[in-house]
Design a binder for this molecule. Structure first.
Ligand SMILES: [Fe+2]
Ligand SMILES: [Fe+2]
Length: 205
């Protein structure tokens, strides 16, 4: 019952087509050091992706203005995770190959009009934020340690805000109907990606 509630909740908020396998939280609990390492790099990548978008779309004033503080926020997230690891005597491991993000990147339109490419880049960011938000929600509800549950609750809220922002930015520059149409395609594609990736307890995605 509880899982169904989580599933419908996540679907309602983020539109995700496939909820995370409930076994994942237990796996994540087993390899907390690896999950935190992976999480730390996810935050880093979020910050650098926002910087890249600002560099690429310097003439889009709203995008630059809105994403500048997100860079700071994501970097702050990285520092929070790092501090948490240090507190627990866990070492920041090596960055892994990110199958999930690589698979999403393949779906981005490479050529064609700038509008389509911008739309895909914004929707890919929204997608990663949405899935991260869902995973953090899982952790905030499923981990045994009450401190870590709160820790992940805060991340969940923050990433939900980012998800909304990327969709809003897309709607600023591209027709709403087109954003919705393409977002549905992204949701379907992402659920296939999630299905094709092994459930592992040592990573966020
Ligand atoms: Fe973040
Ligand atoms: Fe984020």
């Amino acid at each position: 019952m509880e899982d169904q509630e989580i599933a419908s909740d996540v679907k309602a908020i983020l539109g995700l087509q496939l909820p995370t396998d409930p076994r994942w939280v237990n796996l994540a609990h087993i390899s907390l050091g690896e999950v935190l390492t992976d999480h730390a790099y996810c935050e880093q990548k979020a910050a650098t992706s926002c910087i890249s978008l600002i560099q690429r779309y310097n003439q889009k004033e709203k995008l630059v203005t809105e994403l500048a503080p997100v860079v700071t926020e994501e970097w702050g997230h990285f520092r929070l995770v790092l501090a948490e690891m240090q507190k627990r005597n866990l070492k920041l491991g090596k960055q892994r190959r990110d199958e999930y993000v690589n698979a999403l990147a393949q779906y981005c339109q490479k050529g064609g009009a700038e509008e389509g490419r911008l739309l895909d880049q914004l929707l890919m960011m929204a997608m990663i934020e949405a899935r991260s938000c869902e995973r953090f929600k899982r952790l905030s509800e499923g981990l045994e340690d009450p401190y870590l549950r709160k820790f992940y609750r805060r991340f969940m809220e923050s990433e939900a805000g980012h998800y909304t922002l990327f969709i809003e930015l897309a709607e600023t520059y591209i027709d709403r109907e087109e954003v919705r149409r393409r977002w549905k395609e992204w949701l379907d594609y992402e659920s296939e990606v999630i299905r094709s990736i092994d459930i592992r307890g040592d990573r966020i995605h």
